[in-house]
Write a protein that binds this ligand. Structure first.
Ligand SMILES: [Zn+2]
Length: 275
């Protein structure tokens, strides 16, 4: 089954991963800007990173027949440094008209601090002024529920932001309902240990249906699996679900969400899809 991985950090994966993903049916990846595993020393480091995301990585993906899209921001972890964050936010607009850029992300909270919230709101303002889609990272473990509540409140309070133009990512059993009820799209991240497993994601689709739900690997430099979306497809098939239901989650939903960006072009490999 052809699929999209709507959240994966390919800068930290190998070309062998691209090849295995292509063999597994991956047509498109979308790559949010994130923490590199170390704090960068200044905004210029982010300019190079945004060039990597918008120039180098799409070419590398293309070698394997995979389309590459990206999201730009300063991640919640480095956003604790508000003055650095403001310098980075100031340089994002020069990249926003580049092909394949889908919007602002993954913005969000990490430890739910005041500084992180300040920078989150300034990203929302940038997205509202430039009419960009938004991809939101929700925090880990014990910080997830309070952080998700803070994020949903901030999104609701900015009247310029249409809920259907936001994807709230890394939802789990205790946060998915609130994000869906607020009118957002949601992403379930399939991790080998933390976050959601393929089986838990299948349970959630059985519980909530497939409307506005996507799954992703969030593959990065840590313990993660770039083939997590095919694992989900395998789990859904094993449970006897209609392939049309699975296809909505892994293909049609991310396409429908991305199509709200004026710059998004449907990959040639998916051109037969009209929804
Ligand atoms: Zn991520």
């Amino acid at each position: 089954m052809m699929y999209i991985d709507p959240h994966i950090h390919m800068v930290s994966r190998t070309t062998d991963d691209y090849k295995r993903m292509a063999l597994a049916g991956c047509a498109l990846v979308s790559e949010p800007a994130f923490w590199a595993g170390f704090d960068r020393t200044g905004a210029e480091g982010f300019r190079d990173y945004f060039r990597q995301l918008t120039e180098f990585e799409p070419k590398r993906a293309q070698l394997y027949g995979i389309e590459h899209a990206s999201w730009l921001c300063i991640n919640a972890k480095e956003a604790e440094n508000v003055s650095l964050a403001r310098d980075v936010i100031a340089l994002i607009p020069e990249f926003l008209d580049r092909p394949g850029v889908l919007g602002i992300g993954e913005i969000g909270l990490n430890k739910n601090t005041r500084n992180e919230a300040t920078v989150f709101l300034e990203h929302l303002d940038l997205a509202a002024r430039t009419n960009e889609l938004i991809l939101v990272h929700t925090p880990h473990l014990a910080d997830k529920l309070p952080g998700t509540r803070m994020i949903l409140d901030m999104l609701r309070d900015d009247r310029r932001i249409a809920p259907e133009r936001v994807c709230v990512d890394h939802v789990e059993e205790h946060t998915i309902r609130a994000a869906l009820e607020a009118g957002h799209w949601v992403g379930m991240t399939l991790y080998p240990i933390t976050k959601c497993t393929p089986a838990r994601a299948a349970d959630l689709v059985e519980t909530f249906g497939a409307d506005r739900i996507m799954v992703n690997s969030a593959g990065d430099w840590g313990h993660s699996d770039p083939l997590a979306v095919p694992e989900f497809i395998f789990e859904m098939t094993r449970r006897g679900h209609d392939p049309a239901l699975t296809r909505r989650v892994v293909l049609e939903n991310p396409l429908a969400f991305f199509r709200q960006s004026a710059r998004f072009r449907v990959p040639a490999s998916l051109a037969h899809m009209h929804r």
